[in-house]
Design a protein around this ligand. Structure first.
Ligand code: SAM
Length: 672
């Protein structure tokens, strides 16, 4: 190693460690701090450094013949090294190598090492091997350990000197960092911007780090250097520690640091979804398909009791010709919902899902132009621009406008879809359970309900416009817009309607003797009652753009058999909110400079509330928006991108639906 490290400082004036022993525990008199935890050194090393760098899994997944590199600040007694070595031997495939590069300003003498490590019996064979090879002389320490039976190889390089001088000169990129060294309060000279910059320079896209401290200085330093920062439960009496990964700005899966992905890990593979509408059931289903155990917590007696409770929901893909993010999202969602419905076909009855096609009428010149442009952009299997006569043939009743025909679309019974999605052995539904608040505690999220307290490391809020009632989500600009649907009695003539027809409103083919007509839009209106005036409005829409249907229903004698009021949850840009939730205070502080200069380059990644996600704001297109959103969340949370249905989502789209997008917009506009 030494001949591969050309510019190392001259370490000839090495000082050794000043150790005082307390009940066999080494304490540094220079730093007045312990080398390892009194509670259990090995357990702490495993918890902090091995687990939070995901080393058991990463060692197991190593390709034979390859090398894994660990970098450490502060070699001390070598306990971390020995634990990593042991884990490597237990998990890595034959013929793989571990390179452990550590740094040490005040190395221990050989006999101090011996004394310190003698308490860890399970490490004795490896410790003895290391200690007998460990010689303090001038310069760095380079040791090689071969395991001939397995072909595994471990090399240890201790760079003697100040980490700020030595680390910037290593040639390797490091896969996992152990940020040890004494606590920042006791060793402020080490936790310097220069250290964080060196870590950045020696990291690559897969690099992770873990450290026992959660001190603000370290969190900010790591974030500023481009690492994600996630608080995790600390070991023993320590409340928090932090861990994360390097998110290089050039290779970001997202183009803006404030949209950097959350680094959430939940080995328990359990989640709680708050809200049993389409958004919640879809997310639960996507997680369950990935082997997670999910609890859906629903305040009402049954799933789909609010916005997802209408009897017939139309798969209405409102696309724009200029391929906006909203349009791209709708297209992805539409296709994903079709795939989902296909996969659930056996569970949905004929009265619950009908692939009868959907017609969108071009009722004005501008819409007509847009539809013709869309026809040129998309294959016929997706949509076709057709004349009045062609559409009339398809619809079964006279149509007065040209328009788009979506042959694979149709209508679905949203509550049936919710039940089908939630009908999975990995999903448990808890109804009549009201979530009052959620709180982050040592072991994850504590969910206080009207009944039991629930607990999970992963929580997804899917409560529509009620989501911001939880304090952690109170900044999300979600709004409820009242909408009423009408059920009108079918007649022999109206039963001829064979497809859904949409313009300003929509109408569906008859099922069980009635049609569903929708829907009104009332802003700033909280009324839950069903109103006669709204029925008339729904019928008037049919009279306006689909008079043949209006007449078929009986015109002014049309019989209204029922109706329903619901509240669409919308956002200012009509895209949903799907993704992780940030720590608001940290976010505002980290990106505050954008208030003065929106072009400023800020490398800092946001701090997320570990394991907290939202899916909401699906508006009136929940059927095509919720399933894809659930899949996106499940991919983010589990790290497993491909489900049985398969989905790829461009980074730009993930940014377009990120829950932090309005925060950053408001900061730039100096509104917060
Ligand atoms: N990782 C160690 C183990 O497994 O035993 C424990 C490390 S101990 C808590 C911290 C170590 O960091 C000490 O050995 C100390 O001498 C070293 N250290 C402190 N400041 C340093 C610096 N600026 N450069 C290099 N090493 C430093």
């Amino acid at each position: 190693m030494s001949n591969r490290q050309p510019n190392l400082p001259d370490p000839r004036h090495t000082l050794t460690a000043d150790i005082q022993w307390e009940n066999g525990l080494p304490i540094s008199t220079r730093f007045n701090d312990v080398y390892f935890s009194r509670a259990s050194g090995i357990a702490e090393t495993r918890h902090v450094f091995l687990e939070h760098n995901h080393l058991p899994r990463r060692f197991r997944e190593l390709v034979p013949g390859t090398t894994f590199t660990i970098g450490e600040t502060g070699f001390g007694t070598g306990l971390n090294f020995l634990c990593a070595w042991q884990l490597f031997l237990e998990n890595a495939p034959d013929n793989s190598s571990l390179v452990f590069i550590s740094t040490e300003k005040y190395p221990l003498q050989q006999d101090d090492l011996q004394k310190a490590l003698s308490v860890f019996e399970e490490l004795t064979p490896l410790a003895n091997r290391m200690i007998s090879a460990y010689q303090l002389s001038e310069g760095n320490i380079d040791l090689q350990f071969s395991h001939s039976a397995s072909g595994k190889h471990v090399s240890l390089h201790i760079l003697i000197g100040d980490v700020l001088d030595t680390l910037p000169h290593i040639n390797e990129k490091v896969d996992a960092w152990f940020l040890d060294g004494f606590a920042p309060a006791k060793n402020p000279d080490m936790w310097q911007p220069k250290l964080f910059q060196a870590l950045k320079a020696k990291s690559h896209e897969q690099s992770t780090y873990a450290t026992f401290t959660a001190a603000r200085l370290v969190r900010d330093g790591m974030a500023e250097a481009g690492f994600s920062v996630t608080k995790q439960p600390g070991f023993g009496r320590k409340r928090d520690m932090i861990a994360g990964r390097f998110v290089p700005s050039s290779g970001l899966p997202v183009s803006k640091p404030w949209f950097a992905p959350a680094d959430h890990r939940n080995p328990e593979k359990t989640a709680i979804v708050v809200g049993g509408g389409l958004a919640g059931c879809s997310t639960a289903s996507s997680l369950a398909r990935r082997g997670w155990q999910v609890n859906i917590v629903e305040q009402h007696q049954a799933l789909a009791s609010e916005a997802s409770g209408n009897p017939q929901g139309v798969l209405y893909a409102k696309l724009s010709a200029d391929n906006t993010p909203l349009s791209q999202f709708i297209l992805k969602g539409y296709q994903f919902t079709l795939d989902t419905l296909k996969a659930l076909e056996v569970e949905l009855e004929v009265e619950q899902w009908q692939q009868c096609g959907v017609i969108q009428l071009a009722i004005d010149a501008k819409t007509d132009q847009r539809y013709q442009a869309l026809d040129n952009q998309h294959p016929n299997a997706l949509l076709q621009y057709l004349t009045e006569a062609q559409l009339s043939d398809i619809a079964g009743l006279g149509i007065r406008y040209p328009g788009l025909y979506f042959p694979q679309a149709g209508w679905v019974h949203p509550p049936a879809l919710c039940h089908a999605l939630a009908d999975h052995p990995n999903i448990r539904v808890m109804t009549n359970t009201v979530v009052n608040n959620i709180e982050h505690v040592e072991q994850g999220w504590l969910i206080k309900t009207n009944g039991d307290k629930l607990h999970s490391k992963t929580v997804i809020i899917a409560q529509g416009a009620a989501s911001p009632q939880l304090s952690q989500l109170n900044y999300l600009p979600l709004k409820a817009i009242r909408g009423q649907i009408t059920q009108a009695k079918a007649t022999t003539e109206s039963e001829k309607l064979a497809s859904c027809v949409c313009a300003e409103g929509y109408i569906t083919p008859a099922v069980d003797g009635y049609h569903t007509l929708g829907a009104t839009f009332s802003f700033n209106d909280k009324g839950t009652e069903v109103r006669e005036a709204d029925h008339l409005e729904n019928l008037a829409m049919q009279a306006g753009y689909f008079p043949a249907m209006y007449q078929a229903l009986g015109g002014t004698d049309a019989q209204v058999t029922g109706g329903r009021t619901g509240f669409r949850c919308t956002t200012p840009d009509y895209l949903p909110m799907v993704g992780p939730i940030v720590d608001l205070k940290h976010f505002v502080a980290a990106y505050a400079p954008l208030r003065k200069n929106s072009k400023l380059t800020i490398d800092a990644c946001p701090e997320y509330l570990d394991g907290l996600y939202v899916t909401a704001g699906h508006g009136s297109r929940g059927i095509i928006s919720c399933p894809v959103a659930g899949e996106i969340l499940a991919t983010m949370i589990t790290g497993v991108p491909d489900s049985t249905l398969g989905l790829s989502m461009p980074a730009k789209l993930l940014e377009a639906i990120h829950p932090s997008r309005f925060l950053i917009r408001d900061l730039i506009r100096n509104k917060i």
